[in-house]
Design a protein around this ligand. Structure first.
Ligand SMILES: Nc1ncnc2c1ncn2[C@@H]1O[C@H](COP(=O)(O)OP(=O)(O)OP(=O)(O)O)[C@@H](O)[C@H]1O
Length: 258
């Protein structure tokens, strides 16, 4: 299994995830290709976040293999782990910003941790990332508590982009945003993916996001990925959950506005 040969940045094979006796994933396979914007959907509690955590090494699988950038996550050496961390950005569901740090310090923190760049360079790079996600310089010295939900998400995204990753993980990035804010955030993610060639792994419940920006959608049900396809292909699926999801009232509304 070589990431370079297949151009898969992520390869999950036969994943088994458990908490005690509770099986979350069994025989789960998933490929994520370089440059792809992948939406990950599934009912509440189907294990989307657990899958994300397993791929980034925060949860050890009970079975199967996960490779990222061609490194086996389970058997990664310290150097390989560092490589994975440097090439990956994560926007957690709650933003996970440091409340005592300013916006600038939050965005700079991965560079402080992972590079030996001079302080001035780090500050300039952090300022660039903040501008890239559409925040004004006035935000630099604000603390997270002073920001709106949408601004916090943007700061979280700027921090996820801090080390110029090739791959970003987003856990429900538009949750809690109003429809206009969510659409703007979708546009931003798509633009970053197009401009920077970013590969995106995005957990979402937001049908509009799937239609607006995802190249492919992976559906989690019955403890594994039952389909990975375009939204148009999924609309034709016979699986009951997929049918309900895409062809129920909210799905039809999203199709109309796409
Ligand atoms: N640390 C943990 N200890 C025990 N069980 C856990 C732990 N983390 C997650 N789970 C369980 O794993 C299952 C999947 O959780 P997960 O958060 O991945 O679901 P999800 O698909 O992301 O759900 P949602 O869409 O509601 O965010 C749930 O039943 C949850 O209770």
């Amino acid at each position: 299994m070589s990431g370079a040969k297949t151009d898969n940045l992520i390869e999950v094979r036969g994943l088994l995830s458990q908490f005690g006796d509770q099986v979350i994933h069994r025989d789960l396979d998933l490929d994520v290709q370089r440059g792809e914007v992948l939406g990950v959907v599934g009912g509440s509690g189907t294990g989307k976040t657990v899958l994300l955590n397993s791929i980034i090494g925060l949860k050890e699988p009970e079975g199967g293999t996960i490779s990222i950038f061609g490194h086996d996550v389970g058997g990664a050496t310290d150097a390989e782990r560092q490589d994975i961390e440097r090439r990956t950005g994560v926007l957690f569901q709650q933003g996970a910003l440091f409340s005592s740090l300013t916006v600038l310090e939050n965005v700079a923190s991965p560079m402080v941790e992972h590079t030996k760049l001079p302080r001035n360079t780090i500050r300039e790079l952090a300022e660039m990332k903040i501008a890239m996600v559409g925040l004004k310089p006035e935000s630099h010295h604000q603390k997270p508590a002073e920001l709106s939900g949408g601004m916090k998400k943007r700061v979280g995204l700027a921090r996820a982009l801090s080390l110029d990753p090739e791959l970003i993980f987003l856990d429900e990035p538009t949750a809690g945003l109003d429809p206009i804010g969510a659409a703007a955030f979708d546009d931003l993610i798509r633009k970053l993916s197009d401009d920077l060639g970013l590969t995106v792994f995005m957990i979402t419940h937001d049908l509009d996001s799937l239609y607006a920006i995802c190249d492919k959608v992976a559906v989690l049900a019955d403890k594994h990925v039952i389909e990975k396809a375009t939204v148009q292909e999924l609309e034709k699926s016979d699986h009951p959950w997929i049918k309900e999801y895409f062809l129920g009232p909210r799905g039809r509304a999203a199709t109309k506005t796409a």
